[in-house]
Design a protein. Structure first.
Length: 377
C-alpha cells in the first residue's frame, strides 16, 4: 500500500518486464501502427481492447500517448470503435462508422482544406480540422492534440496546454498572444501570424498561464549565478515509499471461528492504519515532514557548502558581505526552517491530509460466512 503525502512523496516500485503481447489479425502479426492501419479489422480492434491486450501492446511498442488516451475509452461507450479509430488515426475506416450528418461535415471540411492545400497528410486528417470556433471547441473537448485551423478567425484558450495548432489558408487569432507566450503556456502555433508584443494586461495573463503550465521563469528574473544555483537545486525530487505493514497471510488463512478471524483482520488493519497516521503526525519520528526536511536541507548543503568560500570571496569583491552573511545563516538554519514549513503545511491543511475514519477501512473487508476467511484486506 502507498501513502501519498506531498507531491514529492510519490512513485512506484520498479516492475519486472511484462510478457510480450502479440496482435495477430487474420494471420498477420501486427508489428507497428502502420501494420495495424493497413490490416485493420474492426472486430479485432474491439476484441484487443476488450481483452486488455491493446494498451499493453501499444506500450510495448512505445506508443505511450495513444496508450494513455485509449486507457480511458470504455467498451460500453456506443462510440467506442469510432474513438479508438480516431486515436489510432484510422481515418478511412472511421468514416464507415460516421452518421450521414457527420460524413457531410467531414466532406465539407475536406473541401475547405483542399482550397488551400494539396497535402495528403492534412486532407486525410480533416476530422482534426476546425473551420469555426464551435468545431475548435469540440476538438479540444475530445482531447485532440493537433488541430488544423482553416479559413476563419479563432480564439485559442491559454488554459488548454499541449496543443499544436496549424494554420491552413487565411487564419486570424482573436486576442492573440506572442509566439513565445504561447510556447511558455505549452501551446505551439504554426502557419499563423502572431503579434510581436501585447498589452500589459495580456502579459500578466500569459505569465499566469505559463506558470500554470509549469514554465520556470526564474532565470529571466535573476542573475546568471542565482539561476545556476536554482537549476541545481530544483532538479532532484524526493521519491520514497511509505510502506505499511500488510499481513497477506490472513487473506488465505482459514480460521476456526468468526471471532478469531475478526481479531486477525482487526490487528492487520490497525497496524497499517496507525502506521499511516504516523506519517502525518508531526510529533512522530516517521512524519513525512521530517523526511522532507532531512532530504532538502542535505541537498542545500550539498550545493552550497563546497563553494561557500568562493561565494564569500565573490560577495566581498562585489561589496555584498551582508548578502553572504544572510545566505550563510539561511544555510545553517535550513533544516529547522524547512521542518517548520512542512509541519505548517500539514497543520494548516488538516482536512486534506487527514485519514478516513478507521471504521471506513473496516467496512471495506468481508468475512466469508462458512469458512471464516477474510476475503479482502
Amino acid at each position: 500500500m502507498e501513502t501519498n503525502a506531498f507531491n514529492f512523496l510519490k512513485g512506484h516500485p520498479s516492475e519486472e518486464k511484462s510478457e510480450p503481447v502479440n496482435l495477430v489479425w487474420n494471420g498477420t502479426t501486427i508489428r507497428s501502427l502502420s501494420d495495424l492501419r493497413e490490416h485493420f479489422i474492426p472486430e479485432e480492434l474491439l476484441r484487443a481492447h476488450m481483452n486488455h491486450s491493446l494498451v499493453p501492446w501499444l506500450r510495448q511498442h512505445y506508443y505511450d500517448e495513444e496508450a494513455d488516451r485509449i486507457e480511458n475509452v470504455r467498451m460500453e461507450d456506443p462510440d467506442c470503435l469510432k474513438t479508438l479509430c480516431k486515436i489510432l488515426k484510422i481515418t478511412s475506416e472511421l468514416e464507415k462508422h460516421l452518421s450521414e450528418e457527420e460524413r457531410q461535415i467531414l466532406q465539407k471540411k475536406r473541401e475547405t482544406l483542399s482550397r488551400f492545400t494539396e497535402d495528403d497528410n492534412i486532407l486525410s486528417n480533416a476530422a482534426c480540422a476546425a473551420t469555426n470556433q464551435e468545431e475548435l471547441a469540440r476538438l479540444l473537448d475530445a482531447g485532440c492534440k493537433q488541430i488544423y485551423l482553416c479559413d476563419n478567425t479563432f480564439s485559442l484558450p491559454l488554459r488548454k496546454s499541449g496543443i499544436h495548432y496549424i494554420g491552413v489558408g487565411p487564419v486570424a487569432i482573436e486576442n492573440a498572444y506572442t509566439r513565445e507566450q504561447y510556447e511558455k503556456a505549452g501551446i505551439r502555433v504554426d502557419g499563423i501570424s502572431l503579434p510581436e508584443s501585447v498589452s500589459d494586461e495580456k502579459n500578466a495573463q500569459a505569465k499566469h498561464a505559463a506558470n500554470a503550465n509549469g514554465y520556470d521563469d526564474y532565470a529571466e528574473n535573476h542573475s546568471p549565478l542565482a539561476a545556476a544555483f536554482h537549476e541545481k537545486l530544483k532538479a532532484p525530487k524526493l521519491f520514497d515509499y511509505c510502506d505499511l505493514p500488510n499481513n497477506l497471510n490472513i487473506v488465505s488463512e482459514f480460521f476456526k471461528s468468526r471471532s478469531a478471524c475478526e481479531k486477525a483482520r482487526d490487528n492487520c488493519l490497525k497496524n497499517a492504519y496507525w502506521e499511516a497516521k504516523n506519517y502525518f503526525d508531526i510529533n512522530s519520528t516517521k512524519a513525512v515532514s521530517r523526511k522532507a526536511a532531512d532530504f532538502y536541507s542535505k541537498r542545500l548543503e550539498q550545493v552550497f557548502i563546497p563553494v561557500i568560500d568562493r561565494l564569500e570571496l565573490l560577495c566581498r569583491m562585489q561589496n555584498q558581505t551582508s548578502a553572504f552573511t544572510s545566505l550563510r545563516e539561511k544555510i545553517n538554519d535550513c533544516h529547522e526552517n524547512l521542518l517548520k514549513t512542512f509541519e505548517a503545511e500539514i497543520l494548516d491543511n488538516r482536512d486534506y491530509y487527514s485519514m478516513y475514519d478507521y471504521n471506513y477501512f473496516l467496512e471495506q473487508t468481508s468475512i466469508e460466512k462458512h469458512d471464516f476467511r477474510v476475503s479482502d484486506c
